[in-house]
Design a protein around this ligand. Structure first.
Ligand SMILES: *Cc1c(COP(=O)(O)O)cnc(C)c1O
Length: 362
């Protein structure tokens, strides 16, 4: 597929792909230690944190599981702030490990209401932790995380953040915004292939770790930390993905985080303006529309499945469909990582051709 415009996996620059052809090395050797230390230090800069950052061999969801099992005990009350499919997934993980989940759900397409979060925290004083999705990839909405976090910290609760599709693309200063565990994945905004979850751990999260009793083995933060001190990971890592990430992080630091954030804002604006210029409507509340993924509402007559097929077969463009209850109701344009405004222009031009072919009447 020439134009992969789904919200992950995202395309990789050729220098990044090239790095993956490197021969395997000893993951207990000195060369690997140097690479791991460099990648970890670079990730800390892009996470804007002085806390710990661990590289885990996993997709993003495994990273979400680490956030839960390393900080909580069965029976702990947690508040799940959910605005879509990924918010629900995070809560399900907590529930599976025995947490008592108090759901705070908002209509899909809308952002979380900060006052409702405050209300929920004052109603139930026993809540231990709050789960929040920074950027809800299923609906194309970015929560006002700075405001949500300041409320969570007013109540002195632990804050676990799914930032899988935002970190490295949308501003998220992990320390300034008091995130205790923050999770992202290599195949989203990081211009690298799937295979790694990257997770930050604050000092408060370590205090919670000391008391947390959920079962864990592969995901134990203390193992990750003690091995990282030796320049290693506890288990055999996805070496090729780490080689790729080493290169993509250097490209990111060369561009500079403020420039990357500005580029995503520009591309996000172009996607929204382009979609509207075709007579389509955004699914997300525009005040909170995401700069990494644009969700588009299907209008009368438009057969989304047919449209996606035409884009694939006649224009070599892959867009995302809707997930779960949004299947057939929206489609999504991914614009994170290695993406420019001209990539979005290509998508909009192709949409202009296929929309009438798929029944859309503007
Ligand atoms: C992609 C994504 C996930 C899931 O990540 P996997 O790598 O597929 O496990 C979770 N949350 C958000 C917000 C995502 O965008």
């Amino acid at each position: 597929m020439e134009h992969l415009r789904i919200p992950g996996p995202t395309p990789c620059p050729s220098e990044v792909l090239q790095a993956m052809t490197k021969q395997m090395i000893n993951h207990r050797g000195e060369e690997f230690g140097q690479i791991l230390n460099k990648v970890t230090a670079n990730l800390k800069r892009l996470f804007q944190t002085k806390g710990d950052v661990f590289l885990l061999t996993s997709s993003g969801t495994g990273g979400l599981e680490t956030a839960i099992v390393n900080t909580l005990s069965p029976g702990d009350k947690i508040l799940s702030v959910s605005i879509g499919a990924f918010g629900e997934r995070f809560a399900t993980i907590a529930q599976q490990f025995g947490a008592e989940v108090i759901p705070l759900r908002f209509e899909w397409g809308k952002a979380a209401d900060v006052d409702a979060v405050r209300q929920a925290l004052s109603t139930e004083p026993k809540i231990k932790a709050v789960l929040v999705t920074h950027n809800e990839t299923s609906t194309g909405v970015t929560n006002d995380l700075a405001s949500i976090n300041s409320v969570v910290k007013e109540f002195d609760k632990l804050l676990l953040v799914d930032a899988i599709s935002s970190l490295g693309s949308i501003n998220l200063p992990v320390d300034d915004w008091h995130c205790d565990v923050t999770v992202t994945g290599s195949q989203k905004g990081w211009m690298a292939p799937p295979g790694l979850a990257m997770v930050s751990v604050s000092p408060e999260a370590w205090q919670a770790y000391a008391k947390a009793k959920m079962p864990r083995f592969y995901w134990d933060f203390a193992h990750a930390k003690s091995y990282l001190e030796k320049g290693q990971t506890p288990w055999t890592p996805a070496l090729s993905t780490i080689f790729a990430l080493e290169v993509s992080l250097e490209m990111m630091l060369k561009e500079g985080l403020p420039n990357i954030i500005a580029r995503h804002a520009q591309v996000g604006n172009a996607a929204r303006a382009g979609v509207k210029s075709l007579g389509l409507s955004l699914f997300a509340d525009e005040n909170y529309a995401s700069n990494t993924v644009t969700a588009v509402a299907t209008s009368d007559g438009l057969d989304t499945k047919k449209m996606l097929k035409l884009l694939r077969e006649e224009h070599q463009i892959a867009l995302g469909g809707g997930q779960q209850r949004l299947d057939g109701k929206i489609f999504r344009i991914g614009h994170l990582g290695w993406v420019t405004e001209s990539d979005i222009e290509t998508v909009i031009s192709a949409l202009k051709v296929v929309l009438p072919q798929a029944g859309f009447r503007s």
